[in-house]
Design a protein around this ligand. Structure first.
Ligand code: ATP
Ligand code: MG
Length: 544
Protein backbone atom coordinates (compact mmCIF):
# COMPACT_ATOMS: atom_id res chain seq x y z
CA UNK A 1 0.00 0.00 0.00
CA UNK A 2 1.19 3.50 -0.80
CA UNK A 3 0.44 6.64 1.10
CA UNK A 4 -2.64 8.23 -0.42
CA UNK A 5 -2.84 11.90 -1.25
CA UNK A 6 -2.96 14.16 1.73
CA UNK A 7 -2.39 17.78 2.60
CA UNK A 8 1.22 17.36 3.69
CA UNK A 9 2.13 15.54 0.50
CA UNK A 10 0.56 18.38 -1.52
CA UNK A 11 2.53 20.98 0.43
CA UNK A 12 5.74 19.06 -0.21
CA UNK A 13 5.00 18.82 -3.93
CA UNK A 14 4.39 22.55 -4.12
CA UNK A 15 7.48 23.38 -2.10
CA UNK A 16 9.67 21.27 -4.35
CA UNK A 17 8.06 22.65 -7.52
CA UNK A 18 8.46 26.26 -6.43
CA UNK A 19 12.03 25.69 -5.31
CA UNK A 20 11.19 26.67 -1.74
CA UNK A 21 12.92 23.50 -0.62
CA UNK A 22 15.59 21.48 -2.40
CA UNK A 23 15.10 18.25 -0.52
CA UNK A 24 12.43 16.81 1.74
CA UNK A 25 13.90 16.23 5.18
CA UNK A 26 11.65 15.02 7.99
CA UNK A 27 12.28 13.70 11.46
CA UNK A 28 10.57 11.56 14.03
CA UNK A 29 11.21 13.16 17.43
CA UNK A 30 10.16 10.89 20.30
CA UNK A 31 10.92 11.62 23.90
CA UNK A 32 12.88 8.64 25.23
CA UNK A 33 10.62 8.36 28.24
CA UNK A 34 8.36 5.46 27.30
CA UNK A 35 7.73 2.71 24.82
CA UNK A 36 6.12 3.72 21.55
CA UNK A 37 2.47 2.93 20.94
CA UNK A 38 0.51 2.52 17.77
CA UNK A 39 -0.30 6.25 17.72
CA UNK A 40 3.40 6.90 17.31
CA UNK A 41 3.35 4.53 14.35
CA UNK A 42 1.31 7.13 12.51
CA UNK A 43 4.03 9.73 13.08
CA UNK A 44 6.81 7.32 12.14
CA UNK A 45 5.14 5.98 9.03
CA UNK A 46 4.02 9.43 7.90
CA UNK A 47 7.48 10.93 8.22
CA UNK A 48 9.33 8.05 6.57
CA UNK A 49 6.83 7.43 3.81
CA UNK A 50 6.52 11.07 2.81
CA UNK A 51 10.26 11.69 2.70
CA UNK A 52 10.74 8.39 0.88
CA UNK A 53 8.24 9.33 -1.82
CA UNK A 54 10.30 12.36 -2.73
CA UNK A 55 13.71 10.73 -2.39
CA UNK A 56 14.30 12.68 0.80
CA UNK A 57 15.42 11.53 4.20
CA UNK A 58 14.16 11.09 7.74
CA UNK A 59 16.13 11.45 10.94
CA UNK A 60 15.36 9.84 14.22
CA UNK A 61 15.88 12.50 16.83
CA UNK A 62 15.47 11.77 20.48
CA UNK A 63 13.96 14.76 22.15
CA UNK A 64 15.92 14.31 25.35
CA UNK A 65 15.67 17.77 26.86
CA UNK A 66 13.72 16.64 29.91
CA UNK A 67 16.21 14.42 31.76
CA UNK A 68 13.92 13.77 34.71
CA UNK A 69 11.83 11.25 32.81
CA UNK A 70 14.31 9.91 30.30
CA UNK A 71 16.18 6.67 30.19
CA UNK A 72 18.68 5.07 27.81
CA UNK A 73 16.63 1.90 27.89
CA UNK A 74 13.88 3.68 25.98
CA UNK A 75 16.36 4.86 23.37
CA UNK A 76 17.18 1.27 22.47
CA UNK A 77 13.54 0.20 22.58
CA UNK A 78 12.48 3.00 20.23
CA UNK A 79 15.28 2.22 17.77
CA UNK A 80 14.13 -1.38 17.81
CA UNK A 81 10.52 -0.44 17.15
CA UNK A 82 11.43 1.70 14.14
CA UNK A 83 13.63 -1.02 12.67
CA UNK A 84 10.86 -3.55 13.24
CA UNK A 85 8.43 -1.33 11.33
CA UNK A 86 10.91 -1.53 8.47
CA UNK A 87 12.42 1.95 8.47
CA UNK A 88 16.01 3.05 8.63
CA UNK A 89 16.69 6.60 9.83
CA UNK A 90 19.18 8.59 7.78
CA UNK A 91 20.71 9.73 11.08
CA UNK A 92 20.12 9.14 14.74
CA UNK A 93 20.45 12.38 16.64
CA UNK A 94 19.76 13.56 20.16
CA UNK A 95 18.36 16.92 21.15
CA UNK A 96 21.17 16.92 23.70
CA UNK A 97 23.71 16.88 20.83
CA UNK A 98 22.75 20.52 20.37
CA UNK A 99 22.87 21.77 23.97
CA UNK A 100 25.95 23.89 23.31
CA UNK A 101 24.49 25.46 20.20
CA UNK A 102 21.11 25.95 21.84
CA UNK A 103 22.87 27.71 24.70
CA UNK A 104 24.79 29.98 22.32
CA UNK A 105 21.55 30.93 20.56
CA UNK A 106 19.98 31.75 23.90
CA UNK A 107 22.92 34.03 24.70
CA UNK A 108 22.47 35.68 21.32
CA UNK A 109 18.84 36.33 22.14
CA UNK A 110 19.75 37.85 25.49
CA UNK A 111 22.17 40.15 23.71
CA UNK A 112 19.42 41.18 21.31
CA UNK A 113 17.19 42.06 24.26
CA UNK A 114 14.84 39.19 23.41
CA UNK A 115 15.37 37.03 26.46
CA UNK A 116 15.66 37.70 30.18
CA UNK A 117 16.35 35.87 33.41
CA UNK A 118 13.22 35.75 35.55
CA UNK A 119 13.04 35.12 39.30
CA UNK A 120 9.42 34.06 39.40
CA UNK A 121 8.62 30.56 40.62
CA UNK A 122 7.03 28.13 38.18
CA UNK A 123 3.66 28.77 39.83
CA UNK A 124 4.02 32.52 39.47
CA UNK A 125 5.10 32.22 35.85
CA UNK A 126 1.85 30.49 35.05
CA UNK A 127 -0.14 32.71 37.41
CA UNK A 128 1.19 35.81 35.68
CA UNK A 129 0.41 34.39 32.29
CA UNK A 130 -3.22 35.58 32.23
CA UNK A 131 -6.09 33.86 30.48
CA UNK A 132 -7.68 33.81 27.06
CA UNK A 133 -9.68 36.91 27.98
CA UNK A 134 -7.14 38.64 30.22
CA UNK A 135 -3.68 39.87 29.36
CA UNK A 136 -0.76 38.52 31.35
CA UNK A 137 1.23 40.47 33.91
CA UNK A 138 4.86 41.32 33.29
CA UNK A 139 7.53 39.68 35.39
CA UNK A 140 9.23 42.18 37.73
CA UNK A 141 12.49 41.14 36.03
CA UNK A 142 11.32 41.75 32.50
CA UNK A 143 13.47 44.84 32.06
CA UNK A 144 16.72 43.53 33.46
CA UNK A 145 19.71 44.86 31.59
CA UNK A 146 21.42 42.74 28.99
CA UNK A 147 24.56 42.65 31.14
CA UNK A 148 22.70 41.41 34.20
CA UNK A 149 20.85 38.81 32.14
CA UNK A 150 24.09 37.53 30.65
CA UNK A 151 25.67 37.32 34.08
CA UNK A 152 22.70 35.55 35.66
CA UNK A 153 22.31 33.11 32.78
CA UNK A 154 25.99 32.27 33.11
CA UNK A 155 25.46 31.68 36.83
CA UNK A 156 22.55 29.43 36.01
CA UNK A 157 24.74 27.43 33.68
CA UNK A 158 27.53 27.19 36.21
CA UNK A 159 25.24 25.60 38.73
CA UNK A 160 25.31 28.48 41.18
CA UNK A 161 21.55 28.81 41.34
CA UNK A 162 19.20 26.21 42.80
CA UNK A 163 16.47 24.44 40.86
CA UNK A 164 13.36 26.53 40.39
CA UNK A 165 14.98 29.80 41.47
CA UNK A 166 15.31 31.30 38.02
CA UNK A 167 14.34 30.69 34.41
CA UNK A 168 15.32 32.21 31.13
CA UNK A 169 12.30 33.59 29.31
CA UNK A 170 11.69 34.96 25.86
CA UNK A 171 10.66 38.59 25.82
CA UNK A 172 7.73 38.68 23.43
CA UNK A 173 4.37 40.07 24.47
CA UNK A 174 2.47 39.53 27.72
CA UNK A 175 -0.75 40.65 26.05
CA UNK A 176 -0.48 38.38 22.99
CA UNK A 177 -3.81 36.69 22.20
CA UNK A 178 -1.87 33.44 21.84
CA UNK A 179 -0.84 32.58 25.39
CA UNK A 180 2.18 30.64 24.13
CA UNK A 181 3.64 33.98 23.08
CA UNK A 182 3.45 35.48 26.57
CA UNK A 183 7.12 35.31 27.43
CA UNK A 184 7.50 31.52 27.38
CA UNK A 185 10.22 29.88 29.42
CA UNK A 186 13.28 28.95 27.33
CA UNK A 187 15.48 27.36 30.00
CA UNK A 188 14.97 25.92 33.44
CA UNK A 189 17.43 24.82 36.09
CA UNK A 190 17.55 21.10 36.83
CA UNK A 191 20.43 19.63 38.77
CA UNK A 192 19.89 16.14 37.45
CA UNK A 193 21.95 13.57 35.65
CA UNK A 194 21.29 13.32 31.93
CA UNK A 195 21.53 9.94 30.17
CA UNK A 196 23.72 11.46 27.42
CA UNK A 197 25.43 14.56 28.75
CA UNK A 198 25.78 13.17 32.29
CA UNK A 199 26.38 16.09 34.69
CA UNK A 200 27.63 18.58 32.17
CA UNK A 201 24.48 20.67 32.20
CA UNK A 202 22.20 21.85 34.95
CA UNK A 203 20.08 24.03 32.71
CA UNK A 204 17.86 22.43 30.11
CA UNK A 205 16.02 24.07 27.22
CA UNK A 206 12.23 23.81 27.00
CA UNK A 207 10.62 21.96 24.11
CA UNK A 208 9.28 25.11 22.47
CA UNK A 209 12.74 26.66 22.28
CA UNK A 210 14.77 23.53 21.61
CA UNK A 211 12.60 21.91 19.00
CA UNK A 212 12.62 24.56 16.26
CA UNK A 213 16.37 25.01 16.72
CA UNK A 214 16.96 21.28 16.40
CA UNK A 215 14.89 21.18 13.23
CA UNK A 216 16.80 24.13 11.82
CA UNK A 217 20.22 22.67 12.69
CA UNK A 218 19.34 19.39 10.98
CA UNK A 219 17.98 21.08 7.88
CA UNK A 220 14.50 19.66 8.39
CA UNK A 221 12.22 20.98 5.66
CA UNK A 222 8.84 19.84 6.96
CA UNK A 223 8.50 19.41 10.69
CA UNK A 224 5.42 17.28 11.23
CA UNK A 225 3.71 17.08 14.57
CA UNK A 226 0.30 16.38 15.96
CA UNK A 227 -2.50 18.88 16.21
CA UNK A 228 -1.95 20.04 19.77
CA UNK A 229 1.03 22.04 18.53
CA UNK A 230 -0.93 24.32 16.22
CA UNK A 231 -0.87 27.11 18.79
CA UNK A 232 2.85 26.68 19.21
CA UNK A 233 3.60 27.32 15.55
CA UNK A 234 3.92 31.14 15.87
CA UNK A 235 6.42 30.58 18.65
CA UNK A 236 8.28 28.01 16.57
CA UNK A 237 8.63 30.54 13.75
CA UNK A 238 9.57 33.31 16.18
CA UNK A 239 12.42 31.31 17.69
CA UNK A 240 13.79 30.25 14.30
CA UNK A 241 13.81 33.88 13.19
CA UNK A 242 15.07 35.54 16.36
CA UNK A 243 17.75 32.95 17.04
CA UNK A 244 18.95 33.73 13.50
CA UNK A 245 18.89 30.16 12.29
CA UNK A 246 20.32 29.87 8.78
CA UNK A 247 17.96 27.13 7.70
CA UNK A 248 14.24 27.83 8.14
CA UNK A 249 12.11 24.74 8.80
CA UNK A 250 8.31 24.85 8.82
CA UNK A 251 5.92 23.09 11.10
CA UNK A 252 2.79 21.28 9.88
CA UNK A 253 0.25 19.59 12.10
CA UNK A 254 -1.72 16.43 11.47
CA UNK A 255 -4.50 14.77 13.45
CA UNK A 256 -3.70 12.20 16.09
CA UNK A 257 -4.76 8.66 15.64
CA UNK A 258 -6.92 7.06 18.30
CA UNK A 259 -8.36 3.58 18.36
CA UNK A 260 -11.56 2.52 20.10
CA UNK A 261 -11.15 0.83 23.50
CA UNK A 262 -7.45 1.59 23.34
CA UNK A 263 -5.41 3.81 25.56
CA UNK A 264 -3.10 5.95 23.54
CA UNK A 265 -1.15 7.90 26.02
CA UNK A 266 2.24 7.10 27.43
CA UNK A 267 1.25 8.34 30.83
CA UNK A 268 -1.64 5.90 31.13
CA UNK A 269 0.29 3.01 29.69
CA UNK A 270 2.92 3.63 32.31
CA UNK A 271 0.26 3.58 35.02
CA UNK A 272 -0.97 0.21 33.82
CA UNK A 273 2.54 -1.21 33.94
CA UNK A 274 3.33 0.30 37.32
CA UNK A 275 0.07 -0.88 38.84
CA UNK A 276 0.91 -4.34 37.46
CA UNK A 277 -2.44 -4.49 35.73
CA UNK A 278 -0.49 -5.80 32.76
CA UNK A 279 2.66 -7.90 32.62
CA UNK A 280 4.89 -5.19 31.23
CA UNK A 281 5.17 -2.90 28.22
CA UNK A 282 5.23 -5.89 25.94
CA UNK A 283 2.16 -7.49 27.40
CA UNK A 284 0.29 -8.74 24.31
CA UNK A 285 -2.79 -6.71 25.33
CA UNK A 286 -0.86 -3.45 25.25
CA UNK A 287 -1.13 -1.06 22.29
CA UNK A 288 2.61 -0.49 22.46
CA UNK A 289 4.51 -1.58 19.37
CA UNK A 290 6.36 -4.17 21.48
CA UNK A 291 3.00 -5.41 22.80
CA UNK A 292 1.43 -5.63 19.36
CA UNK A 293 4.50 -7.42 18.08
CA UNK A 294 4.39 -9.95 20.89
CA UNK A 295 0.71 -10.48 20.28
CA UNK A 296 1.42 -11.36 16.67
CA UNK A 297 0.88 -8.18 14.69
CA UNK A 298 3.12 -7.83 11.68
CA UNK A 299 4.78 -4.58 10.63
CA UNK A 300 2.94 -4.87 7.31
CA UNK A 301 -0.43 -4.99 9.05
CA UNK A 302 0.39 -1.93 11.13
CA UNK A 303 1.70 -0.06 8.14
CA UNK A 304 -1.38 -0.87 6.06
CA UNK A 305 -3.59 0.13 8.94
CA UNK A 306 -1.91 3.50 9.38
CA UNK A 307 -1.84 4.19 5.65
CA UNK A 308 -5.46 3.10 5.39
CA UNK A 309 -6.54 5.64 7.99
CA UNK A 310 -5.22 8.46 5.81
CA UNK A 311 -3.74 11.67 7.12
CA UNK A 312 -5.81 14.72 7.82
CA UNK A 313 -5.98 17.83 9.92
CA UNK A 314 -8.40 16.38 12.41
CA UNK A 315 -7.89 13.84 15.14
CA UNK A 316 -9.52 10.58 14.23
CA UNK A 317 -10.75 7.61 16.18
CA UNK A 318 -10.66 4.40 14.23
CA UNK A 319 -12.30 1.13 15.17
CA UNK A 320 -9.97 -1.55 16.47
CA UNK A 321 -11.74 -3.77 13.93
CA UNK A 322 -9.86 -2.07 11.19
CA UNK A 323 -6.51 -2.95 12.71
CA UNK A 324 -7.63 -6.55 13.14
CA UNK A 325 -8.73 -6.72 9.52
CA UNK A 326 -5.35 -5.52 8.38
CA UNK A 327 -3.73 -8.41 10.24
CA UNK A 328 -6.15 -10.94 8.74
CA UNK A 329 -5.48 -9.58 5.27
CA UNK A 330 -1.76 -9.78 5.80
CA UNK A 331 -1.70 -13.31 7.19
CA UNK A 332 -4.34 -14.86 4.99
CA UNK A 333 -1.80 -16.05 2.44
CA UNK A 334 1.30 -16.00 4.62
CA UNK A 335 0.40 -18.06 7.64
CA UNK A 336 0.40 -21.84 7.66
CA UNK A 337 -2.95 -23.28 8.70
CA UNK A 338 -2.75 -26.06 11.20
CA UNK A 339 -4.94 -27.70 13.80
CA UNK A 340 -5.00 -26.88 17.48
CA UNK A 341 -7.52 -27.85 20.12
CA UNK A 342 -8.02 -25.28 22.85
CA UNK A 343 -10.43 -27.09 25.15
CA UNK A 344 -9.82 -30.76 24.53
CA UNK A 345 -12.32 -33.59 24.73
CA UNK A 346 -11.16 -37.12 24.02
CA UNK A 347 -12.65 -38.94 21.05
CA UNK A 348 -12.03 -42.66 20.71
CA UNK A 349 -12.68 -44.53 17.46
CA UNK A 350 -13.92 -47.95 18.50
CA UNK A 351 -13.36 -49.71 15.18
CA UNK A 352 -9.88 -48.24 14.61
CA UNK A 353 -7.12 -50.66 15.65
CA UNK A 354 -5.23 -49.74 18.80
CA UNK A 355 -1.60 -48.88 18.07
CA UNK A 356 -2.16 -48.26 14.36
CA UNK A 357 -1.07 -44.92 12.95
CA UNK A 358 -1.55 -43.48 9.51
CA UNK A 359 -0.68 -40.13 8.04
CA UNK A 360 -2.29 -37.50 5.87
CA UNK A 361 -0.49 -35.08 3.64
CA UNK A 362 -2.25 -31.76 4.17
CA UNK A 363 -1.68 -28.42 2.37
CA UNK A 364 -0.35 -25.77 4.73
CA UNK A 365 -2.52 -23.11 3.20
CA UNK A 366 -5.30 -24.08 0.82
CA UNK A 367 -5.15 -20.64 -0.78
CA UNK A 368 -1.41 -20.60 -1.20
CA UNK A 369 0.20 -23.76 -2.59
CA UNK A 370 3.62 -22.14 -2.16
CA UNK A 371 3.47 -22.93 1.53
CA UNK A 372 3.66 -26.63 0.72
CA UNK A 373 2.23 -29.51 2.69
CA UNK A 374 2.81 -31.21 5.99
CA UNK A 375 2.35 -34.70 7.32
CA UNK A 376 -0.24 -35.16 10.03
CA UNK A 377 -0.72 -38.34 12.00
CA UNK A 378 -3.99 -40.03 12.85
CA UNK A 379 -4.83 -42.82 15.29
CA UNK A 380 -7.53 -44.32 17.47
CA UNK A 381 -7.43 -41.47 20.02
CA UNK A 382 -8.17 -37.95 18.91
CA UNK A 383 -8.62 -34.60 20.63
CA UNK A 384 -11.57 -32.46 19.57
CA UNK A 385 -12.96 -29.21 20.97
CA UNK A 386 -15.45 -29.57 23.81
CA UNK A 387 -17.54 -27.01 21.97
CA UNK A 388 -17.80 -29.27 18.99
CA UNK A 389 -19.74 -31.88 20.90
CA UNK A 390 -23.18 -31.96 22.52
CA UNK A 391 -24.70 -35.20 23.75
CA UNK A 392 -27.92 -34.29 22.01
CA UNK A 393 -27.97 -31.75 19.23
CA UNK A 394 -29.25 -28.50 20.78
CA UNK A 395 -31.19 -27.56 17.65
CA UNK A 396 -31.66 -28.33 13.99
CA UNK A 397 -28.91 -25.93 12.99
CA UNK A 398 -26.29 -27.91 14.96
CA UNK A 399 -23.44 -28.59 12.56
CA UNK A 400 -21.17 -30.51 14.90
CA UNK A 401 -20.99 -33.85 16.63
CA UNK A 402 -23.71 -35.49 18.77
CA UNK A 403 -24.71 -39.02 19.62
CA UNK A 404 -26.05 -40.58 16.42
CA UNK A 405 -24.62 -37.88 14.16
CA UNK A 406 -21.72 -38.10 11.76
CA UNK A 407 -19.14 -35.38 11.11
CA UNK A 408 -15.99 -35.13 9.06
CA UNK A 409 -12.75 -34.89 11.01
CA UNK A 410 -11.29 -32.31 8.66
CA UNK A 411 -8.98 -33.81 6.07
CA UNK A 412 -9.29 -37.29 7.64
CA UNK A 413 -12.38 -39.50 8.06
CA UNK A 414 -16.06 -39.34 8.80
CA UNK A 415 -16.79 -40.38 12.37
CA UNK A 416 -20.17 -41.20 13.87
CA UNK A 417 -20.80 -40.84 17.56
CA UNK A 418 -22.10 -43.99 19.20
CA UNK A 419 -21.99 -42.97 22.85
CA UNK A 420 -20.22 -41.10 25.63
CA UNK A 421 -18.30 -41.89 28.79
CA UNK A 422 -19.12 -39.81 31.88
CA UNK A 423 -17.33 -39.34 35.17
CA UNK A 424 -18.86 -39.53 38.68
CA UNK A 425 -20.15 -35.99 38.36
CA UNK A 426 -21.96 -36.81 35.16
CA UNK A 427 -19.56 -34.82 32.98
CA UNK A 428 -18.69 -36.17 29.58
CA UNK A 429 -15.02 -37.20 29.54
CA UNK A 430 -14.92 -39.16 26.33
CA UNK A 431 -16.80 -39.43 23.08
CA UNK A 432 -17.05 -42.87 21.47
CA UNK A 433 -17.24 -43.06 17.70
CA UNK A 434 -16.92 -45.37 14.78
CA UNK A 435 -15.25 -44.33 11.56
CA UNK A 436 -15.93 -45.25 7.96
CA UNK A 437 -12.68 -46.22 6.17
CA UNK A 438 -14.38 -45.45 2.82
CA UNK A 439 -14.45 -41.76 3.69
CA UNK A 440 -10.71 -41.28 3.86
CA UNK A 441 -9.89 -37.76 2.72
CA UNK A 442 -9.04 -37.56 -0.96
CA UNK A 443 -10.60 -40.93 -1.75
CA UNK A 444 -13.83 -39.68 -3.34
CA UNK A 445 -15.74 -39.84 -0.11
CA UNK A 446 -18.54 -37.53 -1.16
CA UNK A 447 -21.08 -40.32 -0.87
CA UNK A 448 -23.07 -38.52 1.78
CA UNK A 449 -23.03 -35.23 3.55
CA UNK A 450 -21.59 -35.11 7.07
CA UNK A 451 -23.21 -33.02 9.78
CA UNK A 452 -20.31 -30.59 9.77
CA UNK A 453 -16.52 -30.45 9.66
CA UNK A 454 -14.54 -30.26 12.84
CA UNK A 455 -10.83 -29.93 13.48
CA UNK A 456 -8.86 -32.33 15.64
CA UNK A 457 -5.40 -33.42 16.63
CA UNK A 458 -4.03 -36.92 17.04
CA UNK A 459 -3.75 -37.63 20.78
CA UNK A 460 -0.87 -40.06 20.19
CA UNK A 461 1.43 -37.32 18.91
CA UNK A 462 -0.19 -34.03 20.05
CA UNK A 463 1.91 -31.51 21.95
CA UNK A 464 0.45 -29.77 24.99
CA UNK A 465 0.16 -26.01 24.61
CA UNK A 466 -1.09 -22.93 26.39
CA UNK A 467 -3.21 -20.45 24.48
CA UNK A 468 -3.51 -16.87 25.65
CA UNK A 469 -6.92 -15.65 24.55
CA UNK A 470 -6.84 -11.89 24.79
CA UNK A 471 -9.69 -9.46 25.01
CA UNK A 472 -9.53 -5.65 25.01
CA UNK A 473 -7.95 -4.16 28.12
CA UNK A 474 -10.60 -1.47 28.30
CA UNK A 475 -14.33 -1.95 28.30
CA UNK A 476 -15.06 1.38 26.66
CA UNK A 477 -13.48 4.44 25.14
CA UNK A 478 -14.90 6.94 27.61
CA UNK A 479 -12.09 9.41 28.29
CA UNK A 480 -13.89 10.82 31.32
CA UNK A 481 -13.70 7.64 33.35
CA UNK A 482 -10.54 6.61 35.16
CA UNK A 483 -8.64 3.92 33.32
CA UNK A 484 -8.81 1.75 36.38
CA UNK A 485 -12.62 1.88 36.29
CA UNK A 486 -12.61 0.97 32.66
CA UNK A 487 -10.44 -2.12 32.93
CA UNK A 488 -11.84 -5.27 31.48
CA UNK A 489 -11.49 -7.90 34.25
CA UNK A 490 -11.54 -10.68 31.64
CA UNK A 491 -8.92 -9.41 29.25
CA UNK A 492 -6.58 -12.36 29.79
CA UNK A 493 -7.88 -15.91 29.41
CA UNK A 494 -5.76 -19.00 29.24
CA UNK A 495 -6.68 -22.28 27.64
CA UNK A 496 -4.70 -25.51 27.92
CA UNK A 497 -4.91 -27.78 24.93
CA UNK A 498 -2.93 -29.38 22.14
CA UNK A 499 -1.29 -28.60 18.83
CA UNK A 500 -0.07 -30.83 16.04
CA UNK A 501 3.28 -32.56 16.48
CA UNK A 502 4.64 -30.49 13.59
CA UNK A 503 4.86 -27.48 15.85
CA UNK A 504 7.47 -29.00 18.12
CA UNK A 505 10.32 -26.67 17.14
CA UNK A 506 8.49 -23.44 16.33
CA UNK A 507 10.42 -20.25 16.98
CA UNK A 508 8.94 -17.25 18.72
CA UNK A 509 6.79 -14.85 16.67
CA UNK A 510 5.93 -17.55 14.11
CA UNK A 511 2.35 -17.04 12.98
CA UNK A 512 -0.26 -19.69 12.40
CA UNK A 513 -3.84 -19.86 11.53
CA UNK A 514 -5.32 -22.47 13.84
CA UNK A 515 -8.18 -23.63 11.69
CA UNK A 516 -11.55 -22.31 12.88
CA UNK A 517 -9.93 -20.56 15.87
CA UNK A 518 -7.96 -17.59 14.68
CA UNK A 519 -4.47 -16.33 14.01
CA UNK A 520 -1.92 -17.13 16.68
CA UNK A 521 1.69 -16.17 17.26
CA UNK A 522 4.30 -18.04 19.28
CA UNK A 523 4.82 -16.16 22.54
CA UNK A 524 8.22 -15.24 23.98
CA UNK A 525 7.62 -17.59 26.92
CA UNK A 526 7.14 -20.53 24.60
CA UNK A 527 9.61 -23.42 24.94
CA UNK A 528 9.92 -26.85 23.51
CA UNK A 529 7.71 -28.96 25.74
CA UNK A 530 5.80 -25.92 26.94
CA UNK A 531 4.46 -24.16 23.88
CA UNK A 532 2.64 -20.87 24.37
CA UNK A 533 0.59 -19.09 21.71
CA UNK A 534 -1.08 -15.69 21.75
CA UNK A 535 -4.27 -15.37 19.82
CA UNK A 536 -3.67 -12.27 17.74
CA UNK A 537 -7.19 -12.10 16.29
CA UNK A 538 -10.08 -14.39 15.69
CA UNK A 539 -10.84 -15.39 12.13
CA UNK A 540 -13.95 -13.30 11.91
CA UNK A 541 -14.70 -10.00 13.45
CA UNK A 542 -16.38 -10.46 16.81
CA UNK A 543 -17.84 -6.97 16.53
CA UNK A 544 -21.23 -6.73 18.18
P1 ATP B 1 1.69 10.68 24.40
O1 ATP B 1 0.64 11.66 24.05
O2 ATP B 1 1.31 9.27 24.18
O3 ATP B 1 2.28 10.89 25.75
P2 ATP B 1 3.74 12.15 23.08
O4 ATP B 1 3.17 12.99 22.03
O5 ATP B 1 4.07 12.82 24.32
O6 ATP B 1 2.82 10.88 23.30
P3 ATP B 1 6.32 11.94 21.87
O7 ATP B 1 7.43 11.06 22.24
O8 ATP B 1 6.44 13.38 22.08
O9 ATP B 1 5.03 11.38 22.61
O10 ATP B 1 5.84 11.62 20.40
C1 ATP B 1 6.64 11.63 19.27
C2 ATP B 1 5.80 11.99 18.09
O11 ATP B 1 4.70 11.08 17.96
C3 ATP B 1 5.20 13.37 18.24
O12 ATP B 1 5.44 14.07 17.04
C4 ATP B 1 3.74 13.12 18.45
O13 ATP B 1 2.98 14.16 17.92
C5 ATP B 1 3.51 11.80 17.73
N1 ATP B 1 2.36 11.09 18.28
C6 ATP B 1 2.20 10.64 19.54
N2 ATP B 1 0.99 10.06 19.68
C7 ATP B 1 0.37 10.13 18.48
C8 ATP B 1 -0.90 9.71 17.99
N3 ATP B 1 -1.80 9.09 18.77
N4 ATP B 1 -1.19 9.94 16.69
C9 ATP B 1 -0.30 10.53 15.89
N5 ATP B 1 0.89 10.96 16.29
C10 ATP B 1 1.25 10.78 17.57
MG1 MG C 1 5.12 14.86 23.29
Amino acid sequence: MEMSSNFVKSIMEEDLASGKVKEIVTRFPPEPNAYLHIGHARAIITNFELAGMFGGKTNLRFDDTNPVKEDAMFVEAIKGDIAWLGYKPANVFFGSDYFEETYRRAVLMIKKGLAYVCDLSADDVSGYRGTLTEAGKASPNRDRSVEENLRLFEEMREGRIADGQKTLRAKIDMAAPNINMRDPVMYRILHVHHHNTKDKWCIYPMYDFAHPLQDAIEGVSHSLCSLEYVDHRPLYDWFVEKAEMEHVPHQYEFGRLNITNTIMSKRYLKQLVEAKVVRGYDDPRMPTLVGLRRRGYTPEAIRNFVLGTGLSRINSTVSSEMLENCLRDDLKMKAARTHAVLNPLKLTIENYPEGMTETFEIPNNGDNPELGTRTVSFSKHIWIEKEDFAETAPDKGWKRLSVGLEVRLMQAYFVKCVGVVKNDKGEIVEVRCTYDPETRSGSGFNLRKPNGNIHWVDAATALPATFNLLEPLMVDSDPDRSIFDRLNPHSWNEAKGYVEANLKHVSIETKFQFVRLGYFSVDYDSQEGNLVFNRTVELKSSFK
